[in-house]
Design a protein around this ligand. Structure first.
Ligand code: ADP
Length: 461
């Protein structure tokens, strides 16, 4: 078995199966065997099952949230927010299942008809990370099932308890074995089994760019379709014409969610000259007032990091930034609680040569850079291999349009620090991956377009 620990105090929370290759292959077999039946089931019936699952989980959202707090460390209010976010995908795709429309095209030949249909791609697989143990699974499985695909999921071995609870509720809702399978064990071995099996027609992966690249390379052998949600290095740009208080609130909320362990977390704050000093002082004051603590508390706290490697990475990036001249305005060290609790940190006067400018920090650190002109900041913001999300605050309409066009990101968020919901296409460009999740675009990743020509229709026999 795999032991699951609480990052807040190191206590044992539970365990999950350490499945060997034979057990994983058997689960893949079940996923493939279920596909012909599931894909031909009426969309209305698939929709009803998703809806029933949504209702069952909704009725127990607090129990799900508490498990998540214990295995992930995020605070209860955030966990409840994640449950609603994840449930939103199940609800949305229960509705979309009925609307996977095809097309007809005016025929190019006499006595013929052209149909375009959308067929589910086949059995699919997914690999999900620990930072959103609930939502990531909902987002993938709900889309796959709505499209008529079956799916096998490998959740993160750091947070498998939420995942298995979701599976349990899916079974209670009547989602059969094979249609939704789950495995845990050796990530590399499981990834190889998924990708080398020609029957698995698509893999949806959320995680690091390094692992995403490994999977994308391996997919060359089987041409398995991929959706890759990888790392980010989000710029958060504040112009001097911005609504100052909104920008301060947006910056801090966007950054400290999940202790900064989020792929869309702002990683570089660019603040324009005229408001720079006021802005860094304002965020430092706000961040200073935020408490660190065990996520089981009802109020908002910044919880622990997921593991020691996460803490070490943040500490090293902060030390390196200071070596490059950054000033620590608040935080900058392990919290008095010790363990995996790192203090929310504001670093002013960042230098772009610091490692944090090109590394996903994945911790509660706000590094602030100064800029002068729009052209300059766009170029600096785009100076990264990543392209997941870019945030900007401005009240100038023309500038807002220019930013939306010129920032190299799959998502541009203007005058808000909040990105996700089920009805919008989530995803990146460049080394942040490809493919989209959520919205009607998300379902396109799970269907193949089929062109059907029916000729000879004008001959009566
Ligand atoms: P993170 O830094 O968020 O943990 P990872 O990319 O390491 O990012 O992990 C994301 C998911 O990918 C997890 O479920 C993890 O177990 C899985 N994973 C890690 N290494 C591999 C691999 N070599 N092949 C397939 N999956 C992997």
């Amino acid at each position: 078995m795999i032991t699951v620990y609480n990052p807040a105090d190191g206590s044992v929370v539970g365990e999950a199966p350490q499945m060997d290759a034979a057990a994983v292959r058997a689960a893949v077999d079940r996923t493939c065997a279920a596909f012909p039946v599931w894909s031909r089931q009426l969309a209305r019936d698939r929709s009803a099952l998703l809806r029933r699952w949504f209702d069952l989980v909704s009725a127990d959202r607090r129990a799900f949230a508490e498990i998540m707090v214990k295995e992930n460390g995020k605070c209860l209010s955030e966990a409840l927010g994640e449950i609603d976010y994840g449930l939103g995908f199940i609800e949305w795709y229960a509705e979309e299942a009925k609307r996977v429309y095809g097309d007809t095209i005016p025929s190019h030949a006499a006595g013929a008809s052209v149909l375009v249909t959308k067929e589910p791609v086949g059995p699919t697989a997914a690999i999900t990370p620990w930072n959103f143990p609930f939502m990531m699974i909902c987002r993938k499985i709900a889309t796959a099932l709505a499209a008529g695909c079956t799916m096998i999921i490998k959740p993160s071995e750091e947070t498998p308890l939420t995942a298995y609870k979701l599976l349990d509720y899916a079974r209670q809702a009547g989602i059969p074995e094979g249609v939704f399978e789950m495995v845990t064990g050796d990530p590399k071995e499981i990834g190889e089994i998924f990708i080398s099996d020609r029957r698995i027609r698509k893999i949806s992966f959320t995680g690091s760019t390094a692992v995403g690249k490994l999977l994308a390379s391996a997919s060359g052998a089987t041409l398995t379709r991929m959706t890759l949600e990888l790392g980010g290095n989000a710029p958060f740009i504040v112009f001097d014409d911005a609504d100052f208080d909104e920008a301060v609130a947006g910056a801090v909320a966007a950054k400290l969610r999940n202790s900064g362990q989020v792929c869309i977390s702002p990683n570089r704050f660019y603040v324009q000259d005229a408001i720079y000093d006021r802005f860094v002082a304002a965020i430092a004051e706000k961040v200073w007032g935020i408490e660190v603590g065990d996520g089981m508390r009802e109020d908002f706290v910044v919880g622990p990091m997921i593991n020691q490697a996460g803490v070490d990475k943040v500490a090293a990036l902060v030390a390196d930034a200071c070596d490059h001249g950054a000033r620590v305005l608040t935080g900058g060290k392990l919290d008095a609680l010790g363990g995996l609790f790192y203090e929310p940190t504001v670093l002013a006067d960042m230098d772009e040569r610091a490692k944090a400018a090109q590394t996903e920090i994945f911790g509660p650190v706000l590094p602030v850079y100064r800029f002068t002109t729009e052209e300059e900041v766009i170029s600096r913001a785009n100076n990264t291999d990543y392209g997941l999300v870019a945030y900007a605050y401005t009240r100038d309409l023309g500038r807002a349009f220019r930013l939306s066009r010129e920032l190299e990101a799959g998502m541009v968020i203007l005058n808000s620090g909040s990105v996700g919901t089920a009805s919008v296409p989530f995803g990146g460009v460049k080394e942040s991956g490809y493919g989209r999740e959520g919205s009607h675009y998300g379902i396109e990743e799970y269907v193949d377009v089929k062109y059907v020509l029916m000729a000879g229709l004008d001959r009566r026999h």
